[in-house]
Design a protein around this ligand. Sequence first.
Ligand SMILES: O=C(O)CCC(=O)C(=O)O
Length: 264
Amino acid sequence: MRASLIQIAVDEGESVESRRRRAAALVREQAGADLVVLPELWTTGAFAFDAFQAAAETLDGPTYEAMAKAASDAGVWLHAGSIPECAPEGTVYNTSLVISPAGDLVASYRKIHRFGFDRGEAVLMGAGREPVTVPLPDTTLGLATCYDLRFPELFRSLVDAGAEILVVPAGWPERRRAHWTLLARARAVEDQAFVLACGTAGAHAGVPQAGHSIVVDPWGEVLAEAGHDEEVLTVEFDPAEVAATRERFPALKDRVLGLESPRH
Ligand SMILES: O=C(O)CCC(=O)C(=O)O
């Protein structure tokens, strides 16, 4: 499988429309890849809280339209990152879209763990409730978004549902870059899965972004890592390595579920 992670720059000086055009052009340039991934909230920026409401769109809105066309022109599976989704009842969610090479929306995932404690996304957006996996022809994707990376139980539920490639679009800040790399590797090792974690470059709302998109194999080895600036990170790997790793080192089979409460 050939995957391209588009670590697009999200800077304040650029309009949403311009960035959408640039993202579509970058997706088209990935013709020949099997899977292309964009980051979290790349239309507005993950920290541009004031922009969420105005930029919120429906699942069939302008970002889906532009990305569906780009995916079908390039003939790729596209994880189009996430958008501020305006749901029919008016709630805004941080929602990822997966689009087939025919341009169909095959899955959407509303971010479950909202970031910000008592501000930002945590108060402005609704929380998703449903983990989502996406079957591709030869493997299965498990979807998570940014802050979700800190919650291993979500990833275990994706693995239990058959996920072999964990795709994590993010808008991770530079300040906590060490956590990003460490957590991406931890999720890969403990879940014996590929992790494709695609962040943004640039700076918006006073928050410099980490970049450093990363692809980790089921043994925890880093297959590729981007730098700090806008970049397309391309990597080739064999999804069958997941089954081989789980067979060779069957730690997942030793899970003990339903533990009793700790004794005091
Ligand atoms: O967990 C972190 O440090 C960053 C999370 C984040 O920026 C987000 O979920 O938008």
